[in-house]
Design a protein around this ligand. Structure first.
Ligand code: FAD
Length: 184
């Protein structure tokens, strides 16, 4: 009896979430809202193909610890990133995606996070403690030694001086291995 109640409650929660989500999708992508009925979200999602693009942005974002207005006692890592110098790259990625979508009979849709809000996020944050030839243009040298602090070594994505364009983890690992090999 209890089990039935549990699954029944789960089903009801699921159905409410589906309705809310399809309402949201309808608001954000009015073209999709035309599909009526209970199956709408299932149909929507089973026909959606998420395409990701990668490119070299201007690498001029700044990460810093911020406080959220609704929780000022907590500090969170925030990103200040003016899109102006990266706009060309993003528009180029968008254009390639548009062409690919048309070639595959799809309906092109850019998320409102970009089309309306010009808001960006990154899964590949790099830099902050960048490699340079001197303390005038960097924090560490090519072997990860912090300028002026010989025995302090940084060996991770923070030392990359700019965007890799591609997924960065192999580059980071190669640099870390090289740095480790030079530690005496
Ligand atoms: C969702 C997602 C998907 C990604 N997919 C890809 C992909 O497909 N291909 C790719 O190349 N890259 C991918 N990346 C990026 C990649 O994971 C990172 O660029 C890479 O892991 C960065 O390496 P890192 O050594 O600089 O830092 P990290 O891998 O973040 O390592 C930092 C380590 O330090 C530890 N640490 C933090 N604070 C402390 C502390 N105070 N004391 C001790 N230890 C501490 C952390 O636990 C962590 O283990 C992805 C990233 C995300 C978030």
């Amino acid at each position: 009896m209890e089990k039935t109640y549990f699954f029944d409650t789960l089903r009801r929660i699921g159905s409410t979430c589906r309705e809310q989500l399809s309402w949201l999708v309808g608001m954000l992508a009015p073209g999709f809202a035309a599909i009526p009925g209970k199956l709408e979200l299932t149909i929507l999602l089973s026909n959606v193909m998420l395409w990701l693009g990668a490119g070299m942005d201007a690498a001029d974002g700044r990460m810093r610890l911020k406080r959220k207005w609704y929780a000022p006692w907590r500090r969170v890592l925030g990103l200040d990133w003016n899109v102006d110098r990266s706009r060309k790259t993003i528009e180029a990625i968008k254009e390639v995606h548009r062409q690919l979508t048309e070639a595959t009979d799809g309906r092109f849709f850019v998320p409102p996070t970009w089309s309306l809000f010009k808001s960006l996020l990154t899964l590949h944050p790099l830099g902050g403690c960048t490699m340079g030839t001197s303390r005038e243009n960097g924090v560490v040298d090519h072997l990860g030694h912090v300028f002026g602090y010989r025995n302090l070594i940084v060996a991770d994505g923070a030392i990359l001086p700019t965007s890799t364009g591609r997924n960065p983890s192999h580059t980071i690992a190669a640099l870390a291995e090289r740095i480790a090999a030079h530690i005496t």
